[in-house]
Design a protein around this ligand. Structure first.
Ligand SMILES: *[C@@H]1O[C@H](CO)[C@@H](O)[C@H](O)[C@H]1NC(C)=O
Ligand SMILES: *[C@@H]1O[C@H](CO)[C@@H](O)[C@H](O)[C@H]1NC(C)=O
Ligand SMILES: *[C@@H]1O[C@H](CO)[C@@H](O)[C@H](O)[C@H]1NC(C)=O
Ligand SMILES: *[C@@H]1O[C@H](CO)[C@@H](O)[C@H](O)[C@H]1NC(C)=O
Length: 479
C-alpha cells in the first residue's frame, strides 16, 4: 500500500512536471498556503493576509535596501522572485563513499551505505504526511516514550493549524508555555547563542535541490551551519544529507512532514520525530539530539515528548512580538514578500543583534532556490562584512559545546541531553520566559503570510524545471 502512495506521489509530481512552468510550482505552494496555518508563528503571520490571496494578486514590491556587501556573482535582487526562471544547480562539490568517517567528529561509526535506502524508499513512510502510528517502529517508540520516566502533560491538541485566534483558551493558558501565541520559552529551549555578536546559523526544510549551492558557498567561506532537515526531503535527497554531515555541518531534526506539532496527538508527534531520527541515523550512523519545531509551534506537551525522545528544541531569537529573528525568506516563493523586503528584515535583525547581550539565531531556509540565492548572494556576505564583526557558527558550538554533543551516540551525556538548565543558562533565559504579550507574533518589519508546509510537489517541480529530464527524473527523484 505504501507503493501505492509512491505511485500517486509520482503521478502528482509528473503532472507538475508537465507544466514546466515555475508558475505551476508557485500555484502548488499557494494552494498549500491557503490551507496552511493561519497565525502560526514561523513567518509570523499577521491575523489578516492569506497567502493565496496576495500570491495571486500583484507581486510584492521591492523596497530600497542599503547593502554593506554582496556576492559579486549574486543574482540581482529584483530577479529573485516567486516566478523567477530556475537557474542551473551545481553538483555537490564533493561526496563521500560509504565507510568514510567525518574529520570534524571523533568516535562516530563509518558512513552507512545509502544505496539500500535509495533502492527501497518504501521502507519509510509516505512523503509529506504524518506517518501512521500503528507500525511496529512507531509502536516501539511509543513504548519507549511511555517507559522514559518523562511525564507528558495532559494538554489538549490545538486545532485550525494552531492558529491563536481559533484556540483562544489554549492561547490564554500560560501554563502550556505555547510559543506560537506569546513567545513563551523554557530553559531547555535554545533560542540564542552564548556570546554576543555570535550567530548560530541555521537552514530549515532541506535537503533540497539548491542545497549544494549553499554547501559550496559555505565551504568557500569556511563556514559551518546547522541544517534542520525534514524526513520527507531526506528520502528524496539522501546523498545531500550525508554530505552535509560529512562536511561537519550540524544536523538537527525538523520532523517527517512539517506539521504544526501542537495540532498532533502524542503518538503522531512520536511518529514524526521517530521516523526522522531513524532515517538520519540510517544515513549517517548518528542520531541528532536537537529539533526545530515547524513554525516554532511548541508547547509543554511537545517539549515533554521531545525530551522523552532525547530531542532538545531550537527556536529562533525573539525579542518581542514585533522583533522576531525571522527573515521571511520562505515566503518569497509564495509571492507574499519580496527579496529586498527579506534583506531589509535581515538588516533590521543585524541591527537588533548588536543591541542584545547574547548571540542570536535567525530563521532561514534552504528549501527553495530563492532562499538559497538570497543567502549566498546577500545575507551571508552582509553578515560577514558587518561591523562589529559577527561570528557565524552552528548552534551546537555557539552553545560552547563540541560538535559531538549534537548527536545522541557521541554527546558526553553531562551538559547536553539528557537535558539540564545548564544548556541555556549562559544565554540568560528565565524558567518560563515570554517575550511577548500578544496573541500573535509578527516578524521583523515584514507582513509575511502564513507559511505553507514545504511540499513535495513544489520541490520536485522545480527539480524538473531545471533538469529538463522529464518524468523519468521525477520518478528517480522520488525513489
Ligand atoms: C486530560 O484532560 C481531559 C480534558 O481536560 C480530561 O477529560 C481527561 O480525563 C484527562 N486525562 C487524564 C489522563 O488525566
Ligand atoms: C530592533 O530594531 C528596530 C529597528 O530596526 C528598533 O526599532 C528596535 O528598538 C530594536 N529593538 C531592540 C530590542 O533592539
Ligand atoms: C551517552 O549516552 C548515549 C545513549 O545512552 C550512549 O550511546 C553514549 O555512548 C553515551 N556517551 C558517552 C560519551 O558515554
Ligand atoms: C549543571 O552543571 C553543574 C556544574 O557543572 C553540574 O554539577 C550539574 O549536574 C549540572 N546540571 C545538570 C542538570 O546538568
Amino acid at each position: 500500500m505504501r507503493s501505492t502512495s509512491f505511485v500517486l506521489a509520482a503521478l502528482l509530481s509528473a503532472s507538475n512536471v508537465y507544466a514546466h512552468d515555475p508558475n505551476f510550482a508557485h500555484a502548488v505552494v499557494a494552494r498549500q498556503a491557503s490551507s496552511a496555518p493561519a497565525g502560526t508563528s514561523s513567518a509570523a503571520a499577521p491575523a489578516s493576509g492569506t497567502a493565496s490571496a496576495s500570491a495571486t494578486a500583484s507581486s510584492p514590491s521591492q523596497v530600497s535596501v542599503s547593502l554593506i556587501s554582496q556576492n559579486p556573482t549574486a543574482i540581482p535582487l529584483s530577479s529573485i522572485t516567486a516566478n523567477m526562471a530556475s537557474s542551473a544547480t551545481i553538483a555537490l562539490y564533493t561526496t563521500f563513499p560509504a565507510g568514510s568517517t567525518p574529520t570534524a567528529l571523533t568516535g562516530v561509526p563509518p558512513l552507512p551505505d545509502a544505496s539500500p535506502i535509495i533502492a527501497n524508499p518504501a521502507l519509510y513512510p509516505p512523503l509529506d504526511k504524518t506517518p501512521p502510528t500503528d507500525s511496529p517502529e512507531v509502536m516501539q517508540w511509543i513504548t519507549e516514550v511511555a517507559n522514559s520516566g518523562i511525564s507528558i502533560p495532559n494538554i489538549s491538541v490545538t486545532t485550525a493549524a494552531a492558529a491563536c485566534g481559533a484556540n483562544a483558551a489554549a492561547a490564554a493558558d500560560t501554563s502550556r508555555c505555547w510559543w506560537t501565541c506569546g513567545g513563551c520559552t523554557r530553559d531547555t529551549d535554545i533560542t540564542t547563542c552564548a556570546d554576543e555578536l555570535t550567530w548560530g546559523l541555521t537552514y530549515d526544510d532541506g535537503p533540497a535541490f539548491y542545497t549544494p549551492n549553499l554547501l559550496q558557498y559555505l565551504n568557500e567561506n569556511n563556514l559551518k551551519t546547522t541544517f534542520f532537515t525534514i524526513g520527507s526531503r531526506i528520502l528524496e535527497e539522501p546523498v545531500i544529507l550525508q554530505t552535509e554531515y560529512m562536511l561537519g555541518h550540524q544536523l538537527g531534526v525538523h520532523t517527517w512532514s512539517h506539521p504544526p506539532l501542537t495540532t498532533l496527538t502524542n503518538n503522531e508527534i512520536i511518529a514524526e520525530f521517530g521516523w526522522t531520527k531513524k532515517i538520519m541515523k540510517d544515513l549517517t550512523g548518528v542520531t541528532p539530539n536537537t529539533f526545530r519545531p515547524p513554525f516554532g509551534d511548541i508547547d509543554d506537551r511537545v517539549r515533554a515528548i521531545a525530551q522523552a525522545m532525547s530531542l532538545q528544541p531550537v527556536i529562533w531569537t525573539r525579542l518581542s512580538p514585533t522583533v522576531t529573528f525571522d527573515t521571511g525568506d520562505f515566503n518569497i516563493n509564495a509571492g507574499t514578500i519580496s527579496s529586498s523586503e527579506v534583506v531589509s528584515n535581515f538588516n533590521a535583525i543585524m541591527n537588533n543583534a548588536t543591541q542584545i547581550q547574547t548571540g542570536f539565531i535567525v530563521l532561514e531556509h534552504d528549501l527553495f532556490e530563492q532562499t538559497v540565492d538570497l543567502a549566498i548572494g546577500y545575507i551571508l556576505p552582509e553578515a560577514m562584512a558587518h561591523s562589529p564583526k559577527f561570528t557565524l557558527e552552528p548552534v551546537i558550538t555557539c552553545q560552547k559545546m563540541p560538535l559531538e554533543n549534537a548527536y545522541i551516540e557521541t554527546n558526553d551525556n553531562s551538559t547536553h541531553p539528557p537535558f539540564g538548565p545548564n544548556v541555556t543558562s549562559s544565554a540568560g533565559s528565565g524558567s518560563a520566559t515570554s517575550t511577548g504579550g500578544g496573541a500573535q507574533s509578527s516578524s521583523t518589519g515584514s507582513s509575511a503570510s502564513p507559511l505553507s508546509p514545504p511540499v513535495l510537489g513544489a520541490s520536485v517541480a522545480s527539480v524538473l524545471v531545471t533538469s529538463g529530464l522529464g518524468i523519468v527524473a521525477a520518478v528517480f527523484s522520488l525513489l
